[in-house]
Design a protein around this ligand. Structure first.
Ligand SMILES: Nc1ncnc2c1ncn2[C@@H]1O[C@H](COP(=O)(O)OP(=O)(O)OP(=O)(O)O)[C@@H](O)[C@H]1O
Ligand SMILES: [Mg+2]
Length: 290
């Protein structure tokens, strides 16, 4: 049984010109212990799809799915109370903007201790001890003093470490990391990525890594879903994707990697992609499973 299995997820937002499909019939699954990367350009619906799973989209979003199973249970059908008990505990997310995702009005210590209080019911002393342990685990210096800091008193990298500590506080079975390194300085990016991967290996949790960086995909993923304009373009294990990409969009993503650059300027996806995600018919491939 897959840890998470989503079938035919569609998320629509109402606009002045009608309903806009931010996610259009996406199906994907993650096994226990597996790392699934979701890759695609800005606006392709990566975050929205995962926020739908978390139940964190505004009520104006119209969400439909044939199934959204977590450990075999359809999370569309459980009560609000059951969902609250699941989210933040068994399914946790590292949000795209570390600083904006923390509450500016409370110390980071309070914010992590709240999670421990609500989901695990720990008393004050146990909460503090566990919070310090978690801050140590994510590599925050002076964890005891840090508990008393407000988000604005910390750097982006430190806020990201706090976010990770909060996400893993209750030993989630599934962690969704939404562009966990893009908001950070390049020197910190690798440290944070290594930290997440180390935690994943150590705990055996399932991990969904949302990124637009094929380098991050190569370094972390077992399997990859390529998304374009809300649709799944392609799904493959990581080696097949890099060696034998099927859709034109994936080929363009790979061609735009800096190491594949020819000439004296960096290339972009649009240098290789004319907007038609399907492979050309003459190529004899029909492997796009959108
Ligand atoms: N609350 C909302 N109301 C209306 N439209 C929204 C809302 N949230 C997201 N969208 C739209 O849905 C589309 C998909 O957005 P999403 O944030 O999932 O993209 P993304 O793939 O995560 O991009 P990025 O790589 O920039 O994070 C975008 O066109 C976005 O403008
Ligand atoms: Mg996003």
């Amino acid at each position: 049984m897959a840890l998470l299995q989503i079938d035919n997820l569609t998320v629509q937002f109402e606009t002045s010109t009608g309903w806009f499909k931010a996610v259009d019939g996406v199906s994907l699954s993650v096994e226990k212990g597996e790392v699934l990367a979701i890759v695609g350009e800005s606006g392709s619906g990566k975050s929205v799809a995962m926020l739908a799973v978390m139940g964190l989209l505004p009520w104006t979003a119209k969400i439909t799915a044939d199934r959204m199973l977590f450990e075999g249970r359809d999370i569309q059908k459980i009560s609000a109370t059951e969902r609250r008990a699941l989210i933040g505990k068994d399914i946790a997310m590292i949000f795209q903007e570390p600083v904006a995702s923390l509450n500016p009005c409370f110390t980071v210590g309070f914010q992590i201790e709240e999670v421990l209080r609500i989901h695990l019911g720990l008393d004050r002393q146990a909460r503090r001890a566990r919070a310090i342990e978690l801050f140590k685990l994510v590599g925050l210096p002076n964890p005891e003093e840090r508990l008393g800091s407000f988000p604005h008193q910390m750097s982006g990298g430190q806020c990201q470490r706090v976010m990770i500590a909060i996400a893993i506080a209750c030993d989630p079975k599934l962690l969704i990391a939404d562009e966990p390194t893009t908001a950070l300085d390049v020197t910190i990016q690798k440290q944070i990525l290594d930290l997440i991967m180390d935690l994943q290996v150590r705990t055996g949790m399932g991990l969904i890594m949302i990124t637009h960086d094929m380098g991050v995909v190569a370094e972390t993923a077992d399997r990859v879903v390529v998304q374009y304009k809300g649709k799944k373009m392609e799904e493959a294990d990581v080696l097949s994707l890099f060696e034998n990409p099927k859709s034109n969009y994936t080929k363009a993503l790979l061609a735009a990697l800096p190491e594949n650059a020819t000439g004296d300027r960096l290339t972009t996806v649009s240098d290789f992609f004319d907007g038609n995600p399907e492979p050309a018919p003459s190529a004899g491939m029909n492997g796009v499973n959108a």
